[in-house]
Design a protein around this ligand. Structure first.
Ligand code: GAP
Length: 483
């Protein structure tokens, strides 16, 4: 991975995938595409990034896709209010709440509001439950009382208390202009999610593919968000890729399909070898649901910096299609031939980040082990994800070994991404491939000259098998594609 525009000092929140990175990313997207669309009831789509501006009014992004931001007047650091709240432990939150209560005791209006919001007194809240968190989150989002609560907190950067400005809403969509005039009527947005391209094409796809409910539409594509705090490498970037599928169902079947996709998406991460103990669901409590969702969960991965969302699964109800119907004036109803009814389907969404998945697969694959007193660093990628599938080595650069090796390479290259290496001791060559996660290394040696066999060494076990040259291609394809 390289910083975007590195020679100019980089561009915050943007990254470039280098030669191996792009292979890994491409393989992740390909596996997702196969898993999701090689089904009878899912169609693919590639909608344009720029869409009619009304799309983003209908979706609620113009109004709601905002983060409340605060600045420290002392050190000028900028924070997202929810992230600042998440960084505080229960003790600190309790202390701030008690400080707030004390401070507003003589302000009848605020005191009354406080009492309305809290269901019991601060002392009554059970320790270790989410009750304090929930109360804190509700209060901090309130206009005036939220400002008073912020005044009880210390800036995490400079440590000063009471230095925060009032919260201001900041829209995360990138704006640009279509055509040659920078006029407010020419504003378009870089899409902040791929989902809307699917919603507005619902009837186009349904009609042209003659699908019946339930069915889905899948898309992989770039999304852009003007994130305030980009952080943790690829975790929160300004430009990233999403792998989204919207599944259209009868309203009464929403729960059944939500549960199905929740389980199915976790299976995908398992099927590509991700450590089960490092994956979990985080179900959203009702008071934290997005404006469009009836039920939602995140699939989280345990990154070195802690648990982080890599995919969201949402029951979006009929919110999106109803809003597009309202804003476009075009009917988006589905006609059910069996019941002869017309209705707006519910949508179950699976929304994975390709770049976050990339970071999770990369982190998960990294391991180190002791071999003969030396440290062996390996990327234990599932063979389907590995950037290079096989490396071919002549043991020595003479006796016809390079020619035989080149022939094997030429044959494999038609099917797989392979690598030819004749530099240095063969042990060093194995290590170099381990470091980039190549699952198989093929070595042409003296015995090859006698019986037309080669050794195939498997990365994780380091076990070697002798295989006839004529069978190498089939052997690798079986291992990599069928596995
Ligand atoms: N259509 C629903 C939607 O976009 P989201 O939870 O905002 O939902 C879905 O995003 C996924 O997109 C996340 O689980 C994450 O993997 C990825 N994602 C979101 N924002 C991101 C960012 N700034 N950088 C990298 N990936 C991001």
């Amino acid at each position: 991975m390289f910083q975007s525009s590195e020679i100019y000092g980089g561009l915050n929140g943007c990254w470039d995938y280098g030669p191996l990175g792009v292979e890994l990313l491409k393989n992740i997207k390909e596996e997702w595409w196969k898993f999701m669309t090689y089904r009878e009831n899912i169609e693919g789509l590639d909608a344009s990034i720029l869409m009619h501006p009304k799309v983003w009014q209908a979706s609620g992004h113009v109004e709601n896709f905002t983060d409340p931001m605060i600045d420290c007047r002392q050190c000028k650091a900028r924070f997202r209010v929810d992230i600042l709240a998440d960084s505080l432990n229960e003790k600190k939150k309790k202390k701030a709440l008690e400080g707030l209560k004390e401070k507003i005791i003589n302000n009848a209006l605020l005191s009354e509001k406080f009492e309305l919001i809290q269901s019991k007194t601060i002392a009554e809240h059970a320790e270790g439950s989410n009750e304090i968190d929930e109360l804190f989150d509700r209060l901090i989002e309130e206009n005036e009382i939220g400002g008073e609560l912020l005044a009880e907190l210390n800036c995490p950067q400079c440590g000063n208390k009471g230095t925060f400005t009032a919260a201001r809403q900041f829209n995360l969509m990138f704006k640009t202009f279509i055509g040659s005039i920078e006029d407010p009527n020419a504003v378009v947005y870089l899409r902040p999610e791929t989902a809307q391209g699917i919603f507005v094409n619902f009837l186009n796809v349904q009609g042209s593919s003659r699908q019946k409910l339930p069915f889905g539409i899948a898309q992989i594509g770039k999304a852009f968000r003007n994130e305030i705090n980009t952080k943790n490498f690829l975790f929160r970037t300004r430009e990233f890729e999403q792998m989204e599928m919207q599944f259209f169902v009868k309203p009464a079947e929403d729960k059944q399909w939500y549960d199905y996709w929740k389980a199915e998406r976790m299976k995908w991460f398992y099927s590509l070898g991700m450590t089960k103990d490092k994956l979990r669901y985080h179900d959203h409590p009702k008071n934290k649901l997005a404006h469009y969702a009836k039920e939602a969960t995140d699939i989280e991965y345990l990154f070195p910096f802690g648990w982080g969302e890599i995919e969201g699964i949402h029951n979006r109800t009929n919110f999106d299609l109803s809003r597009h119907e309202e804003f476009s004036g075009k009917s988006l109803k589905y006609f059910d031939e069996e019941s002869k009814e017309k209705f707006i389907p519910f949508i179950i969404e699976t929304s994975a980040g390709a770049s976050r998945s990339f970071m999770a697969f990369l982190t998960d694959a990294y391991s180190e082990e002791e071999v003969n007193g030396e440290t062996r660093a390996i990327l234990k990628f599932h063979p389907k994800l590995a950037p290079i599938k096989a490396a071919i080595f002549p043991l020595v650069n003479k006796d016809g070994m390079p020619e035989i090796s080149r022939n094997i390479e030429k044959d494999l290259r038609k099917y797989l991404k392979v690598f030819y290496d004749d530099k240095g001791a063969v042990g060093r060559r194995y290590r170099r491939q381990d470091e980039v996660g190549t699952p198989y290394c093929i070595t042409v040696d003296t015995q090859t000259l006698e019986d037309q066999t080669v050794t195939v060494r498997e990365r994780d076990s380091m076990l070697q098998e002798r295989i006839a040259i004529a069978n190498v291609k089939e052997y690798l394809l079986n291992k990599i594609i069928e596995d």
